[in-house]
Structure formats: C-alpha cells, structure tokens
Design a protein around this ligand. Structure first.
Ligand SMILES: Cc1cc2nc3c(=O)[nH]c(=O)nc-3n(C[C@H](O)[C@H](O)[C@H](O)COP(=O)(O)OP(=O)(O)OC[C@H]3O[C@@H](n4cnc5c(N)ncnc54)[C@H](O)[C@@H]3O)c2cc1C
Length: 845
C-alpha cells in the first residue's frame, strides 16, 4: 500500500519486507500483536533485498540441533503455504576427505532427525543423469531437501496478518533516522513522515541492518558480501520437465559450489571466490541499481575457477551450444563473525530488536521463535536461541573492522570441513591479559572464547606425555580428525595437575557485580539456589526461564549484605547480561556492573596448591580458615586479590581474581612460588575438557539446554526453595514427575570394533540400542552425545548424553555412530555422580 497514508504511530514497527520481515509480521499477529507497521523502501512484492534473487533451496542438515529444528520448522511452514518443492538434495564429494565429512553429516542428520544416506557415484548418476560421476567419490543424499518460493510466501504472510487486522504495510517508504531518547527507541523518521513507536522497533533489514542500527546509536555485527550466482539456459534437456525443479539440488562441496535446475535453466552458485566485501554504505539506492540494490555487478575474474568446476561436474548441460548465461550477479548476503544469525534485543538501546543475517531456509522458523520471545518472553520459545543472540558479540566483537575481517574468514569457511574445535585466525589476538606474553613464552596453543585468548595446552609441557606414558596407554589418538585442535600434552597436563599442581590462566569469564538494597530479593527471584547466605558463601546454581528450561549456569558469590558477584562462561556473557539486566526492578534499587574486562582470573589447583599459595600470602589458607566453597579477599605477594575456593576440575585450590593491570604480577608471583612444588601451566583442555568430564560437570549449551529440565540433568540438589523464582512452577513439576530422559555418563568399550584406527568421539554423535534402533524418549527427543572427552585418571574416553529414563541404568550398553561406524558404549553412571573422586574429597582437603 505504498500511496496510503503513513500512520503517525504504531506499537510494533518492522523495517524490512524480505523473507524475515514478512515471516515476522505474521507470527507477531498470530501471537496477538494487533498494531504492526511494516516499512520497506522498495516496492512489493520484491523490494530489492536479497530475498528477491536467492536460489531458494533448503538442505535440512546442520551440525547443531537448534539450527536443524529451525530449518525443519521453516520447511513445514513453506509446505503449509504450498510453496515448498521437495526435490531431494545431494552433497557430492570429489575427495576421500570430503567423503569422511559426508559420513559425519549423516551422523548429525541422524542425531537431529533428518534422513540421509551415503551413495556411490553410480547411485548419484541415477538421481542426476547429467552429472559427471567419474570425478566424484560419492555423495550424501537427503530426500528431505527442496526449494521454496520466498516471495509468494511473504505475500501470504502479510495477507494473513492483514486478515487479522493486525498489519499496515508501507512500501516505498525509506527509514532515514531512528529517534532514541532516554536510552529507548521513540520514533522512526521516514521520507514520508515520522512514526512514533509505542512498543518495539525491529530491524529486519538484511544487509542494511548495520546502517539502521547506527541510526539508533547501536551496532548489528554483520557485513555484506557478494555471493556469485549465474543462470544458464535454455537447457534442452530440461525442456521436457514440468515444474520448477525435478532433480535433486547438487552441492559440489569440495569446490564450494552448487548447481540446481530451475525450470529450463541451471543455476550455478559459488562461495569459492575470494570474499567480495561491500561496505553497507556502498549498497546503491534503488534508483541507482541496474537490477536491484543487492544484485551487484558480476565480478568476472572471481568466477573463472568456478566456471571450470561447473563444466567438470555438469559438462553435458553446460556444453550445450544453445545455452547461454542469462543472468549473473554478485548477490549480497550477510556474514557475521561466527556465521550464525544475529537475533534479539540489542543491549544498548531499549525497545530495539535485531532479526538479521538469516538464510531463507531459517527465516520462518526463527520468526516464529522471535515473535514468541517478543510477546511472551524467552521461556515461550521452543528452541534454544542463545547461540543466535545478537548480544553474544557485546563489548568485543562489534567493530566494523573486526566484523569485516572475521566475516571474510567465515565466508571462506562456507561449505568447508569445519572441525568442532576449529579456531578463527582473523582479528586475533583480540582480548588479552597481562600474562598473555608469559603464556606465549611457555608456547601456549591458544583458543578463543568470548574474544579472550586462552591457552588450550602448552607445548612446553610436552615432556609430561613421557612422564605419564604408562597412564596414557590406550588414550593416544591416531586419527588426524580426532587429534585436530588437540594434543596428548593435555592428558599429561591433566595427570600432572592431579598429581602436583597446575596454574590455569583462566581469564575469560563474564563477571557481573550486582548491588543495591533489594539485590538479595532480586537474585532470589532469578535462580534455583538460595541467595540468603552469609557473605563469603559461594552458590553454584542454574537460572531457568519461565518454562523451566536452562537459561544460564552460574556461580554466585555473596560479597556483602548488599552485593553479589555472578561468574559465568565468557562466551555467553552478553546473553547472560541481557537476561539479568532486563529483569532488574525498575525502582533503581538494584544495579549491575560488568567487571569482565576489569578482572583477570588465575586458577591454582592440585594437591600442592595450598603449599604454593602459602609461599605468597601471609593469610591463613588452611581448611578451617578458608574452607571449600567460600570466597575471601587475599593478598598474593604484592597484589590485592580476591579468591574463591572451588574447582571446575575437582581439585584442592583457588580461583584468584585480580585487577587486570596486576594480572602479570599475580601470574609471576604464583608461577615463581610454584617452581618448588613442580607447578606447571595448564590449559583449558584440562579445565573445560578432561577435568570437567571426569567430574561429570555439566556445561551450558551442551548438557544444560532449554529442552531438558533440571530433573533430567540431575541438578536438583537445591530442592525447591520457599521463595518464588523464575521457572519455579515448571521446576517443581519436573521434580515431582518422572523424567523422560536422564543424563548419563558412558565410556567407550571398543575404539576400533571393526579393526583399523582407534577412534575417539568428539560430541554430537547419535546413540542407538545394540539392535540398531535410534534412542528416542517419550517426548520425541533423540539421544546424542552432548560432550565427549578423555578421562586420563580413569584411562577411559567418556561420553555424556540424555538416555530415555527407562533405559538409563548403569551397565546398559548402547552404540554410537561415528564417521559411519558403530562403537559400543556402556553406561558408567546415571545422573550427577562423578566418576573420579565420587565423594569429592579432593576439593575439600
Ligand atoms: C545469490 C543468492 C543466493 C541465495 N540462495 C539462498 C538459498 O538457496 N537458500 C537460502 O536459504 N538463502 C539463500 N540466500 C540468502 C537469502 O537470500 C537471505 O539470507 C535472505 O533473503 C535475507 O532476507 P532478509 O529479509 O533478512 O533481507 P532482505 O530480503 O534483503 O530484506 C531486507 C529489506 O529491508 C529493506 N530496507 C533496508 N533498508 C531500509 C530502510 N532504510 N528503510 C526501509 N526499508 C529498508 C530492503 O529494501 C529489503 O527489502 C541467497 C542469497 C543470495 C544473494
């Protein structure tokens, strides 16, 4: 309705009428919103964004459960509207390495509920007769793939919202500015007048989103990049076919390309080329763009290799003298620093949401969840969205340069074989401590978490592998994949820490101080654990959402009557900050201060930890004076620090916090004092990996996920307190009822059941009965390995995973699928019982 009058105000304003904005207006209306204004600067139904010229295909295979869920929901929605064409899809391999990766794709597909199988070259040829099967090793086939019509879908979504009298659409209307007052959005200024926003403003503006965020004084970390697409036709062979697509979509993974029939054309898309980056301010205006603003002129030279690769795989089609290139573009898509969408409320401006960097295949599914989030809150969602939360880049990952460089690297990984522990190179080091150079001198192998550089292991400890050779027998990983981003030195460090003492440069936590007269009541209402504890006490507790799903995994310390400290994983810092800050009472009686960049953390753990600490402090650090699970101020050499006596590796010791500028001094004091006690620096390979799994400690995002409740995770030791708290009703009900699944720890019985190399699972593998039946609980949740790691003190490789409760019994045997083979595993413990030091004596000694 371009010519119609622009309303002077609206409760919810959505900027963008691409697949994302269109999906969202319907889902918001469906959730009961009835005063929605959708604005787009272009004409409808194709306003000139990325949605108008995409290839529109959907492969429902991802290496994470949430992305698979969101893709499936989108397919169902496209299908319900009648715009989904189920063609099937093939990912072909030109190399053996890729074949292995395709077996891993089948593994993930199976774990998360998509049909997939490996085919040989001849079977591929049967499905796609025009493929040159002589250059491929085989393929992964999924019958569930297909293509959709996102423009028609968008029309239907808008019509439905309008039929509910919920939506006004204003096309040909450009947002020029966003008015923010008192930290919150008030209005949008457009070329057709100003609209007051009485509720929330959503930026669903695809590649333009950073520009709109800038208008509001915020940032949305995405960068526009060209993705090359050509359309070749007419193809005689396709003439006799009816409909848009009759052959499976082909992804030619090794050359990072795809080919898909579209009527009597063949569309060839490529991610093989160098990243073709465009600044958001370079995107032309509608009237200046020859095709549309997001169809940039084709960069010929960047496509040369891709054309050759396309000719190799489909020569029969592309050699057709009648066929010519009908269309070629550098189509703009959004890249983010980690490849995931950027969704949710932005933390620095109230009433402003980002719903951006979303593929068509994910858009309707994400829109459904975001609409619930916006109306009924986080707890109303079905899917765990914390990995998509735009807040995850707060404070460290939002500058233009970083997003550009990291985004370019992310683009180059598209269709790549990405190891679960894969590290980025661009933009590093980003966040470093005062002892970073000390760790470099000790030949640390760094990994990044929340922007922080953290050593995973130290090459200088390589001698420990020899020292503990007898204990490590049988734990060596001969396979390259299993040993990528890993080192046997981690196992040596682990045993040394359990034997002597380790120093873990642990900075990288999110640390929030929460203060004020009502702080105790406020926190009491946020978490399961009791907050009315003495100053100096440490409470380990999950926070739940209103539906009883895990929302955060926290250590909370009472510092004083009116002051607490929340410590949690750095990579979820922005997300947790958002959760807590948005629940703060409006009275101003509680305040939150982010100390994450101000405080460095060093862990000192192992039997000799107390002796080392005694060398550098005059304070009494005996068990009586400084008991386990308490915190105190402490002088370490000349540094005023603060220490907690607890341990994520299950050992005697302290987590010591000091101002960042004194962190090197703190490191040096402890390191030097430790030499007498055979202290070694130890990496996070032990801290978050081997040490954790031996103690069965659960990890947020892995074991602690929205779809499982505390009873299923066996984290019920707090009981149900009297005070009301978020998620209490659901939590209490979960404790009363019978859990459908129970978190178990299993060990691998045979690492090479079919002979050959011994293999070591890394997590994400589906779990089967010994009869080959996939384990699925009464709520339809499929069992898969949530964490996997080696337990050197036990000489075993351990796996954690939720098993249907009826089958969750110690001694029960199952199988896990890993790269196409089945491996026998046995349940070691059911629930939260550590395998190593089951009575937790070491931590208390
Ligand atoms: C060549 C190509 C092939 C692709 N193939 C696939 C595929 O096969 N499968 C898949 O899942 N995805 C594919 N994609 C990705 C997909 O197209 C995008 O991820 C998706 O369309 C993004 O949708 P959107 O709604 O976020 O953005 P858009 O469709 O770009 O919509 C954003 C809207 O915001 C409007 N807007 C911007 N600024 C303003 C302003 N100031 N005022 C008012 N309105 C404004 C724009 O006019 C635009 O209409 C492909 C992309 C390309 C380029």
């Amino acid at each position: 309705m371009s010519g119609a009058e622009l309303p002077r105000s609206a409760e919810t304003v959505i900027i963008g009428a691409g697949i994302v904005g269109n999906s969202l207006v319907y889902h918001l209306a469906d959730q009961g919103k009835d005063d929605i204004l959708q604005i787009d600067k272009g004409p409808l139904p194709d306003p000139g964004g990325s949605t108008g010229h995409a290839s529109n295909f959907i492969m429902p295979i991802e290496h994470t459960s949430e992305m698979t869920e969101l893709t499936w929901d989108s397919i169902d929605q496209f299908d319900e509207v009648g715009v989904f064409n189920n063609s099937g899809g093939l990912e072909v391999a030109r190399t053996e390495t890729r074949m292995a990766e395709l077996r891993r794709r089948v593994q993930s597909a199976t774990a998360f509920g998509t049909q997939a199988q490996i085919l040989g070259p001849d079977e591929v040829k049967e499905k796609v007769p025009h493929i040159n099967e002589s250059i491929i090793e085989g393929a992964m086939y999924t019958p569930d793939a297909g293509s959709c019509d996102p423009l028609r879908f968008g029309e239907v979504m808008r019509e439905r919202a309008r039929d509910m009298n919920a939506l006004t659409v204003s096309a040909n209307t450009e947002v020029l500015d966003i008015v923010v007052e008192d930290g919150a959005v008030q209005a949008v200024e457009t070329d057709r007048g100003t609209v007051a926003v009485t509720g929330e403003l959503v930026i669903a503006a695809g590649v333009w989103s950073p520009k709109l965020a800038r208008m509001a004084g915020s940032k949305i970390p995405l960068y526009p990049v060209g993705h090359q697409l050509i359309s070749v036709g007419p193809i005689e062979k396709f003439e006799e076919q009816e409909g848009e697509i009759n052959y499976p979509i082909v992804r030619d993974m090794d050359v990072r390309m795809y080919e898909r029939q579209n009527g009597n054309d063949l569309e060839i898309g490529s991610y093989e080329h160098r990243p073709l980056l465009y600044d958001v301010d370079e995107i032309p205006a509608l009237e200046e763009a020859p095709l549309s603003p997001t169809q940039m002129p084709f960069t010929e030279d960047a496509f040369e290799d891709s054309m050759e690769h396309a000719l190799e795989i489909m020569p029969e089609i592309l050699d057709d003298p009648e066929a010519g290139i009908r269309h070629s573009i550098d189509g703009l898509i959004s890249i983010t620093p980690d490849g995931n969408p950027v969704v949710g409320p932005v933390n620095d401006v109230d009433k402003l949401w980002s719903v951006a960097a979303i593929w068509i295949r994910l858009a309707p599914g994400i829109a459904r969840q975001v609409a619930r989030w916006m109306t009924d809150g986080w707890g109303a969602m079905d899917t765990d969205m914390h990995g998509l939360n735009v807040a995850r880049f707060d404070g460290w990952g939002r500058t233009k340069q970083f997003v550009r460089e990291r985004g370019a690297e992310e683009f180059s990984r598209h269709y790549g074989i990405i190891h679960p522990s894969e590290q980025f190179e661009a933009g590093r080091p980003n966040r470093t401590t005062g002892f970073y150079d000390r760790q470099q001198e000790l030949e640390a192998s760094f990994q990044e978490s929340g922007g922080w550089e953290r050593p995973r292991w130290y090459e200088s400890n390589a001698d420990l592998v020899d020292r503990y050779a007898d204990d490590l027998e049988g734990l060596h990983r001969p396979n390259d994949w299993d040993a990528t981003w890993w080192s046997e030195t981690i196992l040596g460090e682990h045993l040394h820490l359990r034997d002597k003492v380790g120093l873990i440069g642990d900075t990288g936590f999110a640390i929030f101080d929460v203060v004020g007269e009502d702080v105790s009541d406020y926190l009491e209402g946020m978490v399961i654990g009791r907050m009315d504890v003495d100053p100096g006490s440490i409470v380990y507790t999950p926070a739940l959402d209103s539906g009883g799903g895990f929302r955060a995994d926290l250590t909370i310390i009472r510092l004083a009557e009116d002051r607490y400290r929340i410590v949690t994983g750095g990579s979820t810092g922005g997300d947790v900050w958002q959760w807590f800050s948005r629940h703060i009472p409006p009275s101003g009686s509680v305040r939150m201060v982010d100390r994450s960049s101000a405080l460095a953390t060093i862990g000192l753990w192992g039997p000799n930890a107390r002796s080392v600490l005694r060398e550098v402090t005059t304070q009494d650090v005996s068990n009586d004076a400084f008991p386990a699970f308490t915190a105190q101020d402490i002088e370490v050499g000349q540094v005023e620090a603060w220490a907690m006596r607890l341990s994520y590796v299950g050992e005697l010791g302290w987590e010591i916090y000091a101002p960042m500028e004194r962190s090197r001094r703190l490191w040096d004091s402890l390191y030097e004092a430790g030499q007498e006690y055979d202290l070694r620096p130890v990496g996070t390979g032990v801290y978050g990996g081997t040490g954790r799994i031996e103690k069965n400690y659960r990890l947020y995002g892995h074991e602690l996920r929205r779809e499982y409740n505390p009873a299923e995770a066996d984290l019920t030791f707090h009981g149900v307190k009297d005070a009301d708290f978020l998620g209490k009703a659901a939590y209490a009900a979960a404790l009363e009822g019978e859990p459908a699944a129970t978190l178990c720890t299993m060990s691998v019985d045979d690492h090479a059941p079919n002979g050959g190399e011994r293999r070591f699972m890394l997590g994400g593998e589906p779990i089967f009965s010994t009869d080959g039946e996939m384990l699925i609980d009464d709520e339809g949740r499929r069992s898969y390995v949530t964490s996997a790691n080696t337990a050197p003190s036990l000489g075993k490789h351990l796996l954690m995973g939720y098993i249907p409760t009826t089958l969750a019994e110690a001694g029960n045997q199952f199988e896990v699928l890993y790269f196409g083979d089945r491996y026998p595993v046995t349940v070691e413990v059911v629930g939260n019982q550590p395998l190593f030091d089951p009575d937790n004596e070491r931590i208390r000694r």
